[in-house]
Design a protein around this ligand. Structure first.
Ligand code: SF4
Ligand code: SF4
Length: 365
């Protein structure tokens, strides 16, 4: 169906950084600031019979994923990978990330999110949290982070988590789908991503180590305890509230849907490292690419997929979340997401092709 008139203008303006996109972004940023730093949503939640603003937010978030998921299911109904992936993401959000934590609270058990693991949920590995939870939860948390996450990462790449389970990826791939092309493909954004994501991971690892050290010698060193408490507060403010919420979701209409996942998420950083040595790759059919650029345009992680296709190079990139949209939009069926046991070094590009390299290659062709 071709949209006409004002509806078409509005859709284009919203998805191409027009005035309405800027207004929507300002509204989303304001929403997150009010949510985090005022009691307004607490009062609103209680007025409608909910226990806190986080339940209210959980309902809104789940609704966005469910409604966006229905839109995506319809849009990609011919593609089994997209249909199953979207259905799983909707299920995980509604059941694991919303209903079960709510039910646990209702029956006076500690609230726990079974779809989130350290280091994304860094507070699940703080001494205070660990000793607050029953043994079964602690085992689940440690086995999940140390065994389940890396093992599945080796076999299936980071896509099993970033595109099938995580709520951040879930929102990006459902409600955020019309904005996915806004992710920057510039050389500067690629360089920034490589520095920022590993910096956040290093800070997260340091904080976790310090929390345990400070807990171990707590009674003897109050100065260290004070420093670590301050460090934790700064991390919670900067990384958890600002980067994942205000920037990550607030700037969807301007910078695309994976700002957080691409640049700041410590879980994505760890899984990316695992992915580079695991089985996941995107295979390229040789001499089929017509250089239309749709794969690069719709890559939500800003990867220049076309450059690999033009060079007949199958590839594994640490940042690829395995959303499968590059394969979906390719008119020639050039790309395929695979988990392979053996790699042929000449066929598989483990190196990054930077946007600068791409430009010179393209020019030379
Ligand atoms: S390379 Fe393809 S599968 Fe990977 S993030 Fe980009 S669009 Fe998704
Ligand atoms: S969408 Fe397909 S044909 Fe177009 S540039 Fe990418 S790989 Fe080549």
């Amino acid at each position: 169906m071709v949209r006409q008139g004002k509806a078409a203008w509005l859709a284009h303006d919203l998805t191409h950084r027009g005035v309405t996109a800027w207004l929507l972004s300002a509204l989303l940023v304001a929403f997150y600031l009010v949510l985090y730093y005022t009691a307004l949503f607490d009062r609103a939640a209680r007025a409608i019979g909910l226990d806190s603003k986080w339940t209210f937010y959980g309902i809104l978030y789940s609704l966005a994923i469910v409604l966006g998921g229905i839109y995506v299911l319809r849009k990609y109904r011919h593609n089994r990978y997209q249909v199953v992936r979207t259905a799983v993401v909707m299920f995980v959000q509604v059941i694991l990330a919303f209903s079960i934590p709510e039910i646990l609270q209702f029956v006076h058990q500690p609230e726990y999110y079974f779809s989130y693991f350290w280091p994304l949920k860094f507070d699940y590995w703080t001494p205070e949290t660990i000793f607050r939870f029953p043994l079964g939860y602690i085992l689940y948390s440690f086995l999940g982070s140390l065994l389940l996450v890396p093992l599945l990462g080796i076999f299936f790449g980071k896509r099993w988590y970033c595109s099938w389970v995580c709520g951040c990826g879930g929102l990006a791939n459902t409600a955020g789908d019309p904005l996915r092309h806004l992710t920057s493909k510039s050389s500067a954004s690629w360089k920034f991503e490589r520095i920022s994501i590993y910096t956040v991971l290093a800070v997260c690892l340091t904080l976790t180590a310090l929390l345990f050290v400070s807990w171990g010698i707590r009674t003897r060193d109050p100065a260290l305890e004070q420093f670590v408490d301050g460090f934790q507060s700064v991390y919670a403010f900067l990384v958890v509230a600002m980067l994942s919420g205000v920037v990550g979701a607030g700037l969807y209409p301007l910078g695309g849907t994976r700002i957080w996942c691409r640049n700041f998420c410590p879980m994505a950083a760890l899984l990316g490292l695992v992915q580079k040595f695991g089985r996941f790759r995107i295979t390229v059919k040789e001499n089929m690419c017509i250089s239309c650029g749709l794969c690069s345009k719709y890559c939500e992680m800003g990867i220049d997929v076309r450059s690999y296709a033009q060079a007949n190079l199958s590839f594994t990139r640490a940042s690829c979340v395995g959303c499968g949209l590059c394969a979906e939009v390719c008119p020639r069926g050039v790309l395929r997401l695979e988990n392979i046991r053996l790699r042929h070094p000449q066929q598989l590009a483990l190196i990054h092709i930077s946007p600068a390299t791409t430009r010179s290659r393209t020019a030379a062709i």
